[in-house]
Design a binder for this molecule. Structure first.
Ligand code: DGY
Length: 354
């Protein structure tokens, strides 16, 4: 008699043709409509599951795991995985994986787009035009900050941070400073055109500061009122990592009172809720966590997650060797560069940030 096929839970509608590959090896229970799963729903879904394909909207910690005796693998569709309690997964020997690399350039593109839109007041200008205000034009209408040739600060210098550095240095002739838990090798610094700075130097010198570091308890509200006060009042702040890095009321206050010129945010502490004080401001560009949202990249992320899940369950061509694990596990063979260099990727890196 053949062994029963593993059961896997797919927490959100993803790409049917890619997720469908699981059905060759597993019994699949796929959620068919976008869902906000309460912790009890996640626990119920995992009760009989051997594996799960989840997004950052599903939080999985010790409580959910306690109700999931068969669980062996969780494939997160995303590079950040602060939605998973890695220590609790490790303690149970459950393999967790993420989706680094495939989203690096797309996410760096969005970071740069937010920087440019905020600094050059692109969305504010569009609202003004659509509001019928053009006849009130003057020579000082919508004056923004210079981007080319200015100082770009990057907090968290993993793969995405390096992608932003390359764009700033090679594309816009910017002076690029970065701060990270560990300094990059000289050759990497040279190739991306970036120079290491202390946290304080970065805050003080950046004309535009982009946050690309992992989120954890250690990086919670790293950008608070005190940090904002050390930035130039003409500066732009961009957050494409996790909302919890920024004290949002302090940011809204700085933006409202001229202590910071502009911000571009793709992530929020209580997303999908966005604080009313941010929504009310004209000088902040707000996008709904779309860093990796190009069709090609989102498909590549789901494909990598499916490959990871099958391999972590001992199935498919990579059986036993998931391409991009984040838990320490004897059964995995990590690809070089799949973990710590990510900066944005691993909860274990960059001073424990996202
Ligand atoms: C990630 O992959 O961590 C992104 O934030 C999800 O879009």
């Amino acid at each position: 008699m053949s062994a029963p096929r593993p059961r896997v839970w797919v927490s959100q509608p993803l790409f049917d043709d890619i997720v469908g590959q699981l059905a060759a090896h597993c019994e699949v229970e796929a959620v068919s409509a976008v869902s906000e799963h309460a912790p009890a729903d996640v626990a119920a879904a995992l009760r009989d599951a051997d594996g799960a394909l989840v997004t950052l909207n599903e939080r999985i910690g010790a409580g959910e795991l306690a109700a999931a005796p068969r669980l062996r693998a969780i494939a997160n569709v995303g590079v950040g995985y602060n939605n998973l309690d890695i220590a609790a997964l490790d303690a149970r020997g459950i393999i967790a994986t993420n989706t680094p690399d495939v989203l690096t350039e797309t996410t760096a593109d969005l970071g740069f787009a937010l920087l440019m839109a905020a600094a050059r007041r692109v969305t504010e200008s569009e609202r003004w035009l659509r509001g019928g205000h053009w006849r009130q034009w003057s020579f000082s209408t919508m004056l923004g900050a210079e981007i080319h040739g200015r100082t770009l600060g990057i907090l968290g210098m993993g793969r995405i941070g390096q992608g932003i550095a390359r764009r700033g240095h090679h594309g816009f002739g910017m002076k690029v400073l970065y701060h990270n838990r560990s300094r990059l090798p000289d050759a990497v610094e040279r190739s991306v055109g970036a120079r290491y700075a202390t946290f304080d130097e970065l805050l003080a010198q950046a004309d535009h500061l982009v946050l690309v570091l992992p989120y954890s308890a250690a990086s919670h509200h790293l950008i608070d009122a005190a940090a904002l006060a050390r930035m130039k009042p003409t500066a732009t702040l961009v957050n494409i990592a996790r909302g919890g890095l920024v004290d949002e009321p302090a940011l809204a206050d700085a933006l409202a009172n001229g202590r910071l010129a502009a911000a571009g945010l793709d992530v929020y502490e209580g997303e999908p809720a966005v604080r009313p004080e941010l929504l009310a401001l004209r000088n902040v560009v707000l996008t709904p966590h779309i860093g990796s949202a190009s069709l090609a990249t989102r498909r590549a992320m789901v494909q990598l997650a499916v490959d990871n899940l099958l391999a972590a369950l001992g199935l498919g061509p990579d059986a036993g060797r998931p391409p991009t694990p984040v838990t320490a596990t004897k059964t995995t063979a990590a690809r070089p560069g799949a973990t710590d260099a990510a900066g944005i990727a691993t909860g274990k890196t960059a001073a424990g940030k996202r």
